[in-house]
Design a protein around this ligand. Structure first.
Ligand SMILES: Nc1nc2c(c(=O)[nH]1)N[C@H]1C(S)=C(S)[C@@H](COP(=O)(O)OP(=O)(O)OC[C@H]3O[C@@H](n4cnc5c(=O)[nH]c(N)nc54)[C@H](O)[C@@H]3O)O[C@H]1N2
Ligand SMILES: Nc1nc2c(c(=O)[nH]1)N[C@H]1C(S)=C(S)[C@@H](COP(=O)(O)OP(=O)(O)OC[C@H]3O[C@@H](n4cnc5c(=O)[nH]c(N)nc54)[C@H](O)[C@@H]3O)O[C@H]1N2
Ligand SMILES: [Mo]
Length: 775
């Protein structure tokens, strides 16, 4: 047999895999994708890698000792015993029943944060949550690592629908090209981030859109520690502000707009509340400190003149203020969002095409790519009878501090006492902060269940590991928000080892609990997909009068064009409100944009008061802590892969330095430490240490180093916390503030030095060898 091509979709794009003799040998971009992402090259190695989980496996200590806290959970060399599927399903059903009986359903943590894979039906979180809901419910997590501060803060400032519009209906790049004179982006417009869109982008259009907009006269100002956070063709002006100081820069811009009478007073009067509170703070009436460009200069390390002239330019034409998500993934991350909104409000262009405020450009492919108003087929998760939740970034705190209280968005919540952790489609030992602390936390529950395709570090901290198929081993359909097309995903190869689809895994467990019918509703996977598609097709008919092909015709054709795609209405998120704020008020207490929020002020949080203020974080250049740990490490998103996924793939591997994560350093910082390109270094602070390979680059501002996330965590060495270079051994679990409690992993202070002596090998990609049960 020759080579066959199968269409598939992933978060990094729609593409084809080429299969020969049952193996994925290569990939080919989808002909419909004008600018495919290089990440597709990771798929072949990842699909057949020895780290694939071949059979259900159970930790020997758990098998021998039974469920219970175990500080040894995840210790290097932990032994696993392979079991058959019947035994595995029996163990899971039995343990779930025991925990429900002895501790109640809230003792099950099913937050299971993570990106999993694309595909509308075989979606890890949806499948797991439906399973857990069917069996009695679980403690859940709220908001995302990506942009918790956006999700929690903005409903207070612009209402639920306004917040939704900001996240789901950003103006297209075409609209920006047509209307916008200047985009000022805090957090850059990092092209590699736009390769990704949750659900599987069919057409990558960000680079084309940015180029076209620049060619038509768009000017770009990129506030970012990295020069290469914008593509060269944009000809962006680079303002290398010190990380974590955007709020100070924004306040200085506001100060100039006010002092030079450039602020749009009519807009502020008509559409906002609290403009006067912001004015008094920015001009110094409140605290005697005028937030002038001269005030901001030493904080941001940007010349005062640059800020002053930028404020004038912003007022002189149609300006879009974009705040990237990285900027809020830091301590006090609510502030730059709120200050950015206040800055846009002062410019008075919110609701005008191509102007106002945005968040997400350069953070993900769908921003600027349009919206999909008719929605997509969706697998119903059912209702969760348990009403217990934690902010998503509090996994380790929850496990370590049961019964303790904490603040979250105006509520006083209590950490539940978790006995069973169930995770699928996420990798907390990649994504969470302070991984040594997370290891201690994972020692606390009685049982950890992980459903995974690969032996990730998270699987290696589990008692029961169940092998999931990959997308290439099952039929599905995919699209991302804003896409033009819903695509068929084809099963390209047979399941690896004894891997099963998650739907089948949970069906087997619910069958043992007498709940199979509730879980499946009597449908097979194939029948579910048909049902979801037909339901969705019906909805498209109702909404747009669209006559879409039947399920069989859709599968036959390989996809279907999505109806009702909006570009024009989406150009201005607050257009109706702007037109008539009385007839179309925002869903805020005042009906307006809340530059001062009485609700938030009423919470009494010093770390997030009622209006945007400058709060200096500790993980920041110039802080007291920086005297001991002088370099600010940016743990941003990796160019070579999505998070930790397919880290063994060809494109990801091509960016490593002798098989370890690359850490980029400014030439001055490298020279001051006697380091050269390619050197092996130890990056460390008081939380941990890691090994990485130096890449010297003048695209960074001095004082800043960059080590992107996602190198598989490797705790196998006694000399360092991670031998492979996962920056989360260094980061802190502190939340953004008591309001959003978002992830603050983007910034961490470190020192970097040459590593001498014999370097421990990277063992992250060496899976555990199954052992026989000890009789
Ligand atoms: N320091 C620092 N840390 C960060 C960030 C940061 O900026 N700095 N960013 C944060 C952000 S924004 C995010 S979104 C998180 C991302 O964190 P995660 O979403 O947890 O990271 P992924 O590597 O995408 O994890 C997905 C997992 O799903 C598995 N998987 C893939 N397909 C399937 C499947 O079909 N079935 C099952 N069961 N599993 C599957 C993969 O093997 C992988 O282990 O990281 C966060 N962590
Ligand atoms: N290739 C690839 N793309 C991805 C992902 C991936 O893993 N790989 N992950 C996806 C996910 S889940 C998410 S949530 C998004 C995240 O999207 P973002 O949060 O926007 O992405 P980051 O790469 O973390 O940060 C973007 C840039 O912000 C700059 N920056 C960092 N701190 C500061 C600061 O304090 N001030 C300013 N002005 N700039 C700062 C850094 O130079 C960094 O390169 O990316 C998505 N896209
Ligand atoms: Mo994210």
């Amino acid at each position: 047999m020759g080579t066959e091509a199968y269409p598939t979709s992933s978060h990094w794009g729609t593409y084809e895999v080429l299969v020969r003799d049952g193996r994925v040998v290569d990939t080919r971009p989808d002909p419909g994708d004008p600018d495919p992402s290089p990440l597709i090259a990771n798929a072949p190695a990842a699909q057949h890698h020895p780290t694939r989980v071949a059979r259900p496996a159970v930790r020997r200590r758990w098998l021998e000792n039974g469920p219970g806290p175990d500080p040894e959970r995840g210790a290097p060399g932990d032994a696993y015993v392979e079991v058959d599927w019947d035994t595995a399903a029996e163990l899971v059903a039995g343990e779930l029943k025991r925990v429900h009986r002895e501790h109640g359903a809230e003792a099950v943590f099913g937050g299971s944060y993570g990106w999993g894979s694309a595909g509308r039906f075989h979606h890890s979180q949806s499948q797991l949550h439906r399973f857990l809901n069917t069996t009695g419910g679980y403690t859940r997590s709220r908001a995302t690592y990506s942009h918790a501060a956006v999700e929690v803060l903005f409903p207070h400032l612009v209402g639920e629908q306004g917040a939704h519009a900001l996240l789901e209906r950003a103006p297209t790049w075409e609209a920006i090209a047509e209307h916008t004179d200047l985009i000022v982006s805090f957090g850059g417009l990092r092209l590699s981030n736009t390769w990704i869109a949750s659900g599987g982008r069919a057409a990558h259009t960000a680079a084309l859109g940015m180029r076209e907009a620049a060619a038509r006269g768009l000017r770009t100002v990129s506030v970012s520690p990295l020069r290469d956070d914008t593509i060269e063709e944009m000809g962006a002006e680079w303002l290398p502000a010190a990380p974590g100081t955007d709020t100070a820069a924004m306040l200085a811009l506001i100060n100039v707009l006010i002092e030079e009478d450039l602020a749009d007073r009519d807009f502020l009067d008509r559409y906002t509340v609290g403009a006067d509170v912001v004015r008094r703070y920015a001009t110094g009436e409140t605290d005697g400190v005028a937030k002038t460009p001269e005030w901001a200069e030493p904080i941001c390390e940007l010349p005062a003149d640059t800020l002053r002239s930028l404020a004038r330019r912003m007022a002189a034409g149609r300006t879009l203020v974009n705040v990237g998500w990285s900027v809020q993934r830091t301590r006090y991350g609510e502030q730059p969002l709120w200050a950015g909104l206040a800055l846009a409000a002062c410019l008075g262009q919110i609701g005008l095409p191509g102007g106002g405020f945005a968040t997400g450009y350069g953070s993900m492919g769908r921003y600027g790519g349009g919206a999909t108003p008719g929605g997509l087929p969706r697998f119903p998760k059912g209702a969760n009878p348990v009403d217990r939740r934690i902010p998503v970034s509090h996994t380790s705190e929850m496990l370590l501090r049961p019964g303790e209280e904490f603040d979250f968005d105006g509520e006083r919540l209590t950490y539940p006492d978790i006995r069973l952790v169930a995770w699928s489609g996420g990798n907390p030992f990649h994504h969470h902060q302070d991984l040594s602390r997370l290891t201690r936390a994972f020692g606390r529950p009685d049982t950890v269940l992980v459903v995974e395709t690969h032996w990730t570090a998270t699987a290696r901290h589990a008692d029961i590991v169940l092998p999931s198929t990959t997308t290439l081993e099952r039929e599905d359909m995919a699209a991302s928000q804003g896409d033009l097309r819903l695509n068929v995903m084809r099963r390209a190869v047979a399941p690896y080892g004894e891997a099963r689809d998650e739907f089948d895994i949970y069906r087997a467990v619910t069958a043992r609990m007498g709940l199979e019918k509730e879980f499946t509703e009597g449908r097979t996977a194939e029948e579910w997909m048909r049902h979801l598609y037909e339901q969705w097709r019906e909805r498209q008919r109702d909404m747009f009068g669209a006559d879409l092909p039947s399920y069989d015709a859709f599968r036959e054709a390989g996809g279907v064009d999505l109806p009702g795609r909006v570009n024009d209405e989406a150009m201005a998120a607050f257009a109706e409100f702007r037109e008539d704020p009385v007839a179309h008020p925002l869903q805020t207490p005042s009906g307006r944009i809340e530059l001062f929020s009485a609700t938030i002020a009423g919470f009494g949080y010093a770390d997030c008061p009622g209006y945007p203020i400058w709060l200096p974080g500790e993980e920041r250049l110039g802080s007291a802590r920086s005297r001991r740990w002088p370099l600010l490490l940016l743990a941003n998103q990796p160019k070579g892969r999505l998070h930790s996924q397919q880290d063994m793939g060809a494109y990801s591997a091509s960016q490593k330095v002798d098989g370890r994560a690359p850490v980029r350093m400014h030439p001055d910082d490298a020279a001051a430490r006697g380091l050269a390109d390619g050197d092996l270094v130890r990056v460390h602070n008081d939380r941990g240490s890691l090994l990485a390979g130096v890449r010297v680059s003048d695209a960074l501002r001095p004082g800043v180093a960059q080590l992107s996330t996602g190198a598989w965590y490797d705790p196998s060495s006694t000399e360092v916390t991670c031998a492979h270079g996962n920056p989360n051994v260094l980061t802190d679990v502190a939340g953004t503030s008591r309001l959003a409690q978002g992830c603050t992993g983007q910034h961490v202070l470190v020192e970097i030095e040459a590593f001498r002596g014999e370097a421990p090998p990277v063992r992250a990609f060496t899976p555990p060898v199954p052992v026989p049960p000890s009789s």
